[in-house]
Design a protein around this ligand. Structure first.
Ligand code: ACO
Length: 317
């Protein structure tokens, strides 16, 4: 029987503080408007971390919720893989801080850096490790505190991001029902490193938005086709698109490309803004929690971010 990585549970965590577009503009004296931000990005508000909320604390809370949904105890976890571009310290890794907060003492833990594509990268690594027997039960987490690396005077970037964390519990299971991760597809092209980057280790973040937008539409369309072709599946086989939440216009373009009605595309960017590596697992957790995504559904995840990095994962939930 084939060994598959199956999502046993999902969870999300958002900071308590919610900041609307108007509040953000007033707080930082920005020359912008709610109408501009909504129209260009689809964002209406975001959650921003308070003093006690860190990449590790939010990641641990998202993981706790994912474990609870899966009915799995922290003692069973033998791998913690964390995607983050905003770790609380250079080392130890956010993964071991989360291990400690959860009481996980077995196996291994490390962080992955691939900006907004980080969760797809982390999922691909976890899947490969589970299927080759290096672990049995992995926590794959995306957690970000972009509010700490933004230039609050740069209206072209600071209005676009939010903080939060999402997690999945991935378990190696021998299955014949087709459930599990079917394939993952990773890409990077360092020639475009400058169009979206963080200066030094503490920021601020810099982005040539229009350039990134153009790459996003082309590269995401290509990687989605790559994932479907690798599995011999047509576009109409996809039940749910769970895209990276950077901009509603990019998300809608991807939905149209797949021929999916809007209600089959999971959207959180309006309420969360861009939470980078946390955006895909947060959106997945929301759609599983409210009953939209059900066992057996074919789910397509995709993301693009700094690097440029981009990728997709196709799974039967
Ligand atoms: N309020 C008002 N005006 C603004 C604002 C603002 N907040 N920000 C920029 N503008 C102005 C610009 O100065 C520019 O003015 P000009 O024409 O006088 O020069 C004008 O609005 C248009 O700016 P553009 O950047 O061309 O606007 P665009 O329609 O491209 O929207 C946006 C900008 C939302 C950033 C868009 O390009 C985008 O979403 N890009 C992709 C972002 C993305 O996908 N990132 C992915 C990953 S993120 C990661 O990895 C960390």
């Amino acid at each position: 029987m084939p060994l598959r990585s199956v999502i046993a549970g999902c969870g999300g965590c958002l900071p308590a503080q919610v900041v609307t577009n108007e509040e953000l503009a007033a707080r930082h004296g920005l020359d912008t408007s709610d109408a501009w931000i909504r129209e260009r990005s689809g964002i209406t508000r975001r959650h921003l971390a308070g003093p006690g909320e860190t990449a590790a604390s939010m990641g641990a809370e998202a993981a706790r919720r994912a474990l609870a949904r899966a009915g799995i105890a922290p003692e069973e976890v033998d791998a913690v893989i964390v995607a983050t571009a905003t770790p609380d310290s250079a080392f130890p890794a956010t993964a071991v801080h989360i291990q400690r907060l959860l009481g996980v003492t077995r196996g291994f833990g490390f962080d992955v850096s691939a900006a907004c594509t980080g969760f797809i990268y982390a999922l691909a690594i976890a899947d490969a490790m589970l299927r080759t027997g290096q672990a049995r039960c992995a926590l794959v987490i995306g957690t970000e505190v972009y509010s700490r690396i933004l230039d609050w005077k740069d209206r072209g970037t600071c209005v676009l991001f939010g903080d939060g964390a999402g997690a999945v519990v991935l378990r190696a299971e021998e299955r014949e029902d087709g459930r599990g991760i079917l394939s993952t597809h990773l890409h990077a092209d360092g020639r475009h490193a400058d169009i979206l980057h963080v200066e030094g280790t503490t920021g601020p973040l810099r982005m040539a938005g229009r350039e990134v937008f153009k790459h996003a539409v082309m590269k995401l369309a290509a990687v989605v086709d790559e994932a479907l072709a690798a599995n011999g599946l047509a576009r109409d086989a996809v039940d749910w698109l769970v895209p990276h939440q950077a901009n509603i216009r990019i998300i809608e373009a991807m939905g149209r490309k797949l021929g999916l009605p809007p209600e089959r595309v999971v959207v959180t960017v309006d309420r969360h803004a861009n939470t980078s590596a946390a955006s895909v697992p947060l959106a997945l957790a929301e759609a599983v929690e409210d009953g939209r995504i059900r066992q057996g559904d074919l789910v397509l995840l995709e993301a693009i971010g700094g690097g440029l990095t981009w990728g997709a994962a196709l799974l039967r939930f």
